[in-house]
Design a protein around this ligand. Sequence first.
Ligand SMILES: Nc1nc2c(c(=O)[nH]1)N[C@H]1C(S)=C(S)[C@@H](COP(=O)(O)OP(=O)(O)OC[C@H]3O[C@@H](n4cnc5c(=O)[nH]c(N)nc54)[C@H](O)[C@@H]3O)O[C@H]1N2
Ligand SMILES: Nc1nc2c(c(=O)[nH]1)N[C@H]1C(S)=C(S)[C@@H](COP(=O)(O)OP(=O)(O)OC[C@H]3O[C@@H](n4cnc5c(=O)[nH]c(N)nc54)[C@H](O)[C@@H]3O)O[C@H]1N2
Ligand code: SF4
Ligand SMILES: [Mo]
Length: 763
Amino acid sequence: MSRWDADPEDDLKVDPPKTYAAGLPGVRHALEYSFAQAGAQRTALTLLNLNQTDGIDCPGCAWPDPKHRHANEYCENGAKHVSDEATTRRVTRDFFARHAVAELDGRSDMWLNQQGRLTEPMVKWPGATHYEPIGWDDAFGVVAEHLTALDSPDEAMFYTSGRLSNEAAFLLQLFSRSYGTNNLPDCSNMCHESSGSGLGETLGIGKGSVSLDDIHTSDLVFVVGQNPGTNHPRMLSALEQTKRNGGRIIAINPLPEAGLMRFKNPQKARGIVGRGTALADQFLKIRPGGDLALFQALNRLLLEADDAAPGTVVDHEFIAAHTTGYDDFAAHARTISWDYVLDATGLTRAEIEEVRDRVLASRSVIVCWAMGLTQQRHGVPTIREVVSFLLLRGNIGRPGAGVCPVRGHSNVQGDRTMGIWERSPDWFLDALGAEFGFEPPRAHGYDSVDGVRAMRDGRAKVFVGVAGNFVRAMSDSDVTEAALRSCALTVQISTKLNRSHTVCGDTALILPTLGRSDRDVQAAGEQFVTVEDSMSEVHQSRGRLAPASPHLLSEVAIISRLARRTLGAGNGVPWEDFERDYALIRDRIARVVPGFEDFNERVAAPGGFRLPNPVNSHTFPTPSGKAVFTTNAPDWLQAPPGHLILQSLRSHDQWNTIPYAMNDRYRGIHDARRIVMVNPDDLADLGIPDGELVDLVSVWTDGSERRAEGFRVVGYPAVRGSAASYYPETNVLVPLDSVAEISNTPTSKGVIVRLEARSSRAS
Ligand SMILES: Nc1nc2c(c(=O)[nH]1)N[C@H]1C(S)=C(S)[C@@H](COP(=O)(O)OP(=O)(O)OC[C@H]3O[C@@H](n4cnc5c(=O)[nH]c(N)nc54)[C@H](O)[C@@H]3O)O[C@H]1N2
Ligand SMILES: Nc1nc2c(c(=O)[nH]1)N[C@H]1C(S)=C(S)[C@@H](COP(=O)(O)OP(=O)(O)OC[C@H]3O[C@@H](n4cnc5c(=O)[nH]c(N)nc54)[C@H](O)[C@@H]3O)O[C@H]1N2
Ligand code: SF4
Ligand SMILES: [Mo]
């Protein structure tokens, strides 16, 4: 076991997996965590304001808010996420005096988070054993000195996680580009980058096209590679609505996730006393990585159905008017063999034909997906094939139809819209440069994987992280750690303590900041910020709580002061004004980013506004102006005999790199995280008893192996040949170079492993 994972003693208890999500236990669990963290009064204040039109946007996932809001417009996990930030626990200068960095480095992710909110800027000087307090001005001086001393601006990088507001994100990319680099890696590089790549190439815009109304009124919704019961819980209310309107749902997943099967809506009497609503009409327990083959098979079946009754299945009119590449695509689709499909998917032909029949019976179809597709080696081709599947029947740009990549962090989509992108297109850079009177750098910057390579190889020396926990989020934990330690300076702008503060460059700074829930008062008065959800709705978020400490600065203030200090007075950007009044930032966003015209006026309306997605009016911003059918070579995952395909996923009680507790309620796992879920028949074949302690050993084509030690085996109804463990404990298993084609996203899913019994190792 690596020292990072030395959590409170594991004391595994296993129940059978649940067959429904939410209901009353969900409400109880949420309130328990909230009271423990924040106390009754702060809990009441935060929860009453959560996701209300004049309140705090939930800092959890990016699922949108419904138009007609209840008084309790949040889920169990949203309540946990906001309470984790609203906690009354504090990390003070005394704490850092008591704990050496090396000691903190030995603590678990969960322990670090549980210490509470950061309260004042801290520095660790070269050679020092402890962090010590530093004033804000001095801290900015340290960063500016390092940045101006670099041989090239490209030796610095500015990482962000999707908690940043639009305003902070816009300023950060403006600062980075004014300073001279496009090195803007972000969490999206490890998350939905494959969606951005696949959609950008085929539809011309890397965002989802559907609204909540579309989900409600769709005839058929696919939920692929996603666990909404845990990760987007209020999506279940939307899916319930689909069902009540007569729509159908198909779930595609190697695990029988509770939230895909049945939902007991805690906001409705029927959810409290009744059996709830059955969700998936058909559940395809697919082999990991089999989704490309599945959609290829469906496309072939649809073409054959059209051959049998020409013009009744395929929307030839739509295809002729709005797409390119159809003939090549169709010729290729007809060559897809059933041997390949059945092998890759593990499904039967009858199951796949049943899906075809459901598609044929549906006028409008939506495909939703998340990490089960994007974090695969062939994630981009899979998403392209999904697009072809929808284009075939004209399921883009009409009500109840479209693409729905379900985003993770609450503002990860907005941050990209604001220019947090190492490869922002020229039209964006042109507009930015024209607005602020400078020439932005044009060379593409580092994404997350290339950023680690650059630090590892000494080409990058200053790492600035705004939100997030880079060292634990990235693959290849040991390489990432060494890369950060080799930096001259690491700076973390954070709300709470995490591993990225204990893995330090020569000099290290912790700059503590206001969170979403904290009231943000600047010279021009109380401020709000804005965010964009997964369905392109842009709206306000206004903090309501007394800030966690009087010494905190907002992210906008930190970035503005850092920019002023680094770039000097002659830079021509009114950083001071931006800090004083965020409306002035929004005025500039309105002039640079398309769709944000009259931003301040429109975002003042309750609920804000929706950014138009051009594909909904059949305008495709691709080079040809048309949507693109693609041909994708067959590809799937194969494990050699005696091996399994492992995925790293989230438990119900964690937010990304941060476990809140040791439980995964819907899967029936309690009081342990170092577990691996495997089908009992596979365990029998492998000769490994349920409950055995094993190492996970990943094997790579170059013959190398990586080991994560000490996982308890849990017999679980996962699809044969698959295994599942939690992230971030399993990041050590994935080498830095194991990435999705094109998107460069670490392959956190689809890892070939062998289980090695610890007992046999010792003997
Ligand atoms: N409570 C909570 N909510 C969160 C987060 C959190 O950590 N905690 N994180 C947020 C973030 S940043 C994100 S990106 C989202 C992530 O949301 P999800 O994508 O739901 O997250 P994962 O836990 O990675 O789950 C991946 C799902 O894909 C399935 N899967 C794995 N491999 C395959 C495959 O090959 N094919 C198919 N069809 N399915 C597969 C898994 O069984 C699992 O159900 O959640 C967001 N919301
Ligand atoms: N093996 C494996 N690895 C993965 C994944 C996986 O499925 N498997 N998923 C990937 C995905 S989808 C993602 S998105 C990444 C997540 O990667 P990150 O986004 O980098 O990680 P988080 O755990 O969300 O970051 C939590 C930290 O953010 C800080 N924070 C929270 N709120 C705020 C705020 O308002 N302001 C500021 N400044 N700081 C704040 C706190 O200090 C907290 O400790 O991980 C990726 N890594
Ligand atoms: S569904 Fe997501 S955004 Fe909504 S309350 Fe739950 S965690 Fe927050
Ligand atoms: Mo994510």
